[in-house]
Design a protein around this ligand. Structure first.
Ligand code: FPP
Length: 253
């Protein structure tokens, strides 16, 4: 059953002071399998419950000041999982694009996909493209679904794109700097990640947004992803507000 997205539509959100606001939050939605196994259910049920958690989190994001939410739905390494599990997640992805997109669109959410989308199978590729096109004009919240995504693969793709321009004489090596590299990433035009949230307790990045998370605050929650909700998100963002970010410098007194 779909949760209401009415909060989006009524604009019923509290302003968050900009200095302590995480504009771009990334989430490693981990623990679906363990959540299901603990309940004596197949792992796939954990992924299905994970979609509900995603819905709750998207609904809560604007109220804690988030402008961009990037969620790790499927990595370039996840293809190594047993085929039935991969197939289940791929079907969920299509179901998600078909069932949720109108509600997201009405709520002003722009859906984007980060990853090697061209290498996705059909109908996943077309459904993602359709959802991205449909919501392209929205600006209330951007949700990036990282699918067939790997941080190293993203950097390789960026280097290749720049190499092609170099070879064609369209780019001079001296022009290559951090900003230019950033323009060749899937996240082109988006702010760096302010905070990475990982659920289910593991303390690693797992090839998620390696470039964009250079100065991210990291927040690990013991909650398994299917149990995650707006309150957990708010708690993570409160923690962000207490962090002292120095970006390699010193804090001014
Ligand atoms: C990690 O849990 C989760 C995934 C690899 C898949 C994430 C998918 C969702 C949350 C569903 C929402 C996504 C779509 C398709 C819209 P895990 O399986 O690694 O859990 P474990 O570490 O307990 O085994």
């Amino acid at each position: 059953m779909a949760l209401s997205l009415s909060k989006f539509m009524t604009g019923n959100t509290q302003p968050v002071p900009s200095a302590k606001r995480a504009r771009h939050v990334g989430i490693i939605m981990d623990g679906n399998g363990r959540w299901a196994t603990r309940r004596g259910m197949p792992r796939s049920m954990g992924h299905r419950a994970g979609v509900e958690a995603l819905r709750r989190t998207i609904e809560a994001a604007p109220s804690v000041g988030i402008e961009v939410l990037t969620v790790f739905a499927f990595s370039t390494e996840n293809w190594k999982r047993p085929k039935p599990e991969v197939d289940f997640i791929m079907n969920l992805l299509v179901e998600y694009c078909r069932r949720e997109i109108d509600k997201l669109n009405e709520a002003g959410v722009r859906l984007n996909a980060l990853g090697r989308i061209d290498e996705m199978p059909e109908p996943q590729r077309s459904e993602i493209r359709r959802a991205v096109e449909l919501t392209a004009g929205n600006d209330r919240l951007t949700v990036n679904l990282a699918v067939n995504y790997g941080g190293r693969a993203e950097l390789v793709d960026a280097f290749k794109a720049m190499a092609v321009k170099l070879q064609a004489g369209e780019l001079d090596p001296s022009a290559i700097d951090e900003a230019l590299l950033g323009e060749h990433l899937y996240t082109k035009g988006l702010p760096d990640i302010d905070m990475v949230i990982r659920t289910a307790g593991e303390m690693r990045l797992s090839n998620f947004l390696l470039w964009q998370s250079s100065y991210s605050e990291i927040y690990v929650s013991d909650i398994a992803w299917p149990d995650f909700n707006g309150e957990h998100l708010a708690r993570a963002l409160e923690s962000f507000g207490r962090r002292e970010r120095r970006f390699g410098g010193l804090v001014e007194e």
